[in-house]
Design a protein around this ligand. Structure first.
Ligand code: SF4
Ligand code: SF4
Ligand code: FES
Length: 286
């Protein structure tokens, strides 16, 4: 039997969302309310298992009386607030953010971004070819995961997941300042020389595919990665008594990557190296 903790009962508060009355539990963000109302607000740096970082600003909405646009992912809903999600000002801001990001970072593996670029009529090429930022080769220095910082939007979700919000390993950090800021491990060296314990919890939260499974990276390079041909099966990790939930992504009868449900009340999408990467014995048919 699955036991779902109900938590402390929360008062409902009322406010106006695009002219309609909205009621959400106290403590909810504007984004929570938008999602409950079926509104598609673009988000990149928001992570459902992490404290909002407010790094990308693609989720902005208008709040009556507020001088600036507010990030829906972190601003808590307040009673009597009047929120408008689809005004010209909010849409224009999202368009510019998408243009700036897509002109400087490779967003080709970021889910949903192509649709948002189309929807907001963003034109990333208008800054010219010199806007490209890194143009560096992906770092392939181990058999488990790849770091492709050309795709990194510096949202710091991996830093939070590796640090005090989940893993407490602190292998991943930000080095440099301003334009030179980038994600790295100690001394910007190979992963194999770092404190990384290969839990892969950073991959789980990375929104752009800058961090990815080596299996996925290789299949993409070979042109065989096909999410439409994959099935997902959630099961229980058998390695130890913790009993984490694993979601096996299977293509052509092979496990191609392992994620974990974020709504699991114990693990919240986090795993250890065995659950995340230790699946080879399952498909060893030799
Ligand atoms: S590697 Fe991914 S999670 Fe980490 S900062 Fe870059 S985009 Fe965000
Ligand atoms: S993922 Fe790691 S901690 Fe979780 S059940 Fe498997 S071996 Fe145990
Ligand atoms: S998703 Fe809200 S600031 Fe990035």
């Amino acid at each position: 039997m699955t036991v779902t903790p109900l938590g402390i009962p929360r008062r409902l508060l009322e406010f106006t969302l695009d002219g309609q009355e909205a009621r959400v539990p106290e403590g909810s963000t504007i984004l929570d309310a938008c999602r409950a109302a079926g509104k598609d607000i673009p988000t990149l740096c928001e992570g459902d298992t992490l404290t909002p970082k407010n790094a990308c600003r693609v989720c902005v909405v208008e709040v009556e009386g507020a001088r600036t646009l507010v990030p829906a992912c972190s601003r808590k809903a307040e009673p009597g607030m009047e929120v408008r999600t689809d005004t010209e000002r909010a849409r224009h801001s999202r368009k510019i953010v998408l243009e700036l990001l897509a002109s400087s970072v490779d967003l080709s593996t970021t889910p949903k971004v192509a649709a948002w670029i189309k929807e907001y009529e963003a034109k990333p090429d208008r800054f010219g070819p010199d806007a490209a930022r890194l143009n560096e080769e992906p770092r392939v220095d181990n058999d488990l995961y790849v770091r492709d910082y050309d795709k990194c939007i510096l949202c710091y979700k991996c830093v939070d997941a590796c640090g005090d919000q989940w893993q407490n390993t602190f292998a991943i950090s930000v080095v440099g300042r301003g334009f030179d800021a980038r994600i790295a491990v100690e001394h910007d060296g190979p992963l194999t020389d770092s404190a990384c314990v290969y839990c892969g919890n950073c991959i789980e939260v990375c929104p752009t595919g800058a961090l990815s499974f080596k299996s996925e990276f290789d299949m993409r390079a070979a042109g065989t990665w096909d999410e439409s041909a994959q099935t997902e099966t959630t099961t229980v990790c058998a390695y130890c008594g913790v009993g984490c939930n694993l979601t096996l992504h299977v293509q052509d009868n092979e496990i191609v990557k392992v994620t974990s449900p974020h709504d699991n009340p114990v693990t919240h999408g986090n795993l250890c190296i065995k659950g995340r990467f230790g699946y080879q014995h399952v498909q060893n048919r030799g």
